[in-house]
Design a protein around this ligand. Structure first.
Ligand SMILES: Cc1cc2nc3c(=O)[nH]c(=O)nc-3n(C[C@H](O)[C@H](O)[C@H](O)COP(=O)(O)OP(=O)(O)OC[C@H]3O[C@@H](n4cnc5c(N)ncnc54)[C@H](O)[C@@H]3O)c2cc1C
Length: 391
């Protein structure tokens, strides 16, 4: 079915946000060009863990969005599109120390208040449900109805289902405005100038340069590790483990002397392959491509303290990526201030695999003049002064 309002659109960036936007626009009959500076899922989306989780969200807009995000994954899985790519499971948030217990109790109450199936387990129940967990664990909260998805696989599935050929290695260098500056007329790349009825910027870390967002967006590196397959240990883990410290490590870290510090918030995810994905750091700034020994050692020490059986299996590889964080902790999803046909969807920090599809769905609806289930008011890019596309 062709959208009544929109004939064609350019989507800049083929990470999970851009791919989802392109998919939902294509489904409305909009003719989409999807451009990427490198290749689909080449940046954060290809370097993520993949928790589709409300357990890690703070109460408020992010928790509400995550609930819709999980619901959308479930619907797309039931419809067959993501049937083999979305694994449902619980998340077990675990406390080893007193300070974590207090945070966890408050968080469990907030989750329950939002209608999430969250339950504090007794020690005996926790041992029965989760045999691989260290006996010394102080408190366990099970959050039911969560899931896991590998970001790059979701991107490739969405693009294939859209029937699109991505313009690879085609960085957009400039948005060209019409004379009165109220519309984007075209986007410019080194090779061409592409006219469009609507332009959606989903360029992750590249969004800053296009939109003058340097004062709003900042990079936050994360390091992750992957183990060999260990089917029997994997069978003793009915879901992911998240340390109470993960909740405490969200947000910017400042170390002694005002220097950026790194938080380590442990997540151990048992994959369908029988492997484990173990993460990760939250570091202000940082190079995407490297793992360092201090981080790897600290992640593994935390992991083995919670799941002692991990000490007996081999580590296969490590990788790192950069999440883009917005100054106030909320992503930018909406119309660009002052423009009738320009939109942005970026700044999801460590939540974009969970929220990318539902945000892309909402932006596609907005661009077509329709409503969406996701309330975009808290994510309005216009909340920041100075966000302006140069004419
Ligand atoms: C270590 C780590 C762990 C994570 N774990 C989780 C998790 O468990 N759960 C979760 O929900 N999220 C997680 N995330 C976060 C998630 O990966 C990101 O929020 C999400 O992938 C962001 O998607 P995006 O489409 O906005 O950006 P990206 O994936 O970065 O995509 C942006 C794309 O735009 C392209 N681009 C940039 N500039 C231009 C330009 N000028 N022209 C054209 N193209 C351009 C890039 O090449 C890139 O392909 C994690 C991230 C990291 C790094």
């Amino acid at each position: 079915m062709q959208s009544r309002h929109l004939r064609n659109a350019v989507v800049i960036g083929a990470g999970i946000c851009g791919a989802a936007t392109a998919y939902f626009l294509s489904r409305r009959g909009v003719n989409v060009r999807l451009l990427d500076a490198r290749a689909p899922a080449a940046e954060a989306t290809g370097a993520a863990d993949g928790a589709v989780s409300v357990a890690s969200k703070r109460p408020g807009p992010m928790m509400n969005a995550a609930l819709l995000g999980i619901r959308l994954y479930r619907e797309l899985a039931e419809a067959g599109l993501l049937a083999d790519l979305f694994k449902t499971r619980s998340t077990f948030i675990v406390a080893r120390h007193d300070d974590e217990c207090a945070v966890l109790e408050a968080h469990a109450a907030a989750l329950s208040g939002a209608g999430v199936g969250a339950e504090i387990l007794s020690q005996a129940t926790a041992r029965g449900r989760f045999p691989a967990l260290a006996p010394a664990t102080r408190m366990v909260v099970e959050v039911r109805g969560e899931g896991h998805a590998i970001g790059y696989r979701i991107v490739h599935r969405l693009i294939a289902a859209s029937g699109l050929a991505v313009d690879r290695h085609e960085p957009v260098t400039r948005l060209i405005l019409c004379e009165r500056g109220q519309r984007i007329r075209a986007v410019e790349t080194a090779k061409s100038r592409i006219e469009a009825d609507a332009v959606i910027v989903a360029a992750g870390g590249g969004s800053g340069a296009l939109l003058g967002l340097a004062h709003v967006l900042s990079p936050r590196k994360g390091q992750l590790l992957v183990t060999e397959r260990a089917p029997s240990l994997n069978a003793g883990m009915p879901g992911a483990i998240m340390s109470g410290r993960y909740l405490m490590s969200k947000g910017s870290q400042t170390g002694p002397n005002g220097k950026p510090a790194r938080g380590i918030g442990l997540v151990v995810d048992p994959l369908t392959t029988g492997q484990f994905l173990i993460g990760g750091t939250r570091e202000d700034g940082g190079e995407a491509g490297s793992n360092d020994i201090d981080a790897v050692a600290r992640i593994l020490a935390d992991a083995v303290a919670l799941v002692p059986g991990l000490a007996n299996i081999r580590l296969l590889r490590g990788f790192a990526g950069v999440r883009m964080a917005v100054a106030d902790g909320l992503p930018l999803i909406g119309r660009l201030p002052g423009l009738t046909n320009g939109y942005v969807v970026t700044g999801f920090e460590g939540d974009g695999i969970c929220l990318g599809p539902v945000a892309g769905q909402a932006i596609a609806a907005l661009a077509c003049g329709e409503n969406s289930a996701l309330d975009l008011t808290p994510f309005d890019p216009g909340r920041f002064d100075g966000l302006k596309v140069a004419a």
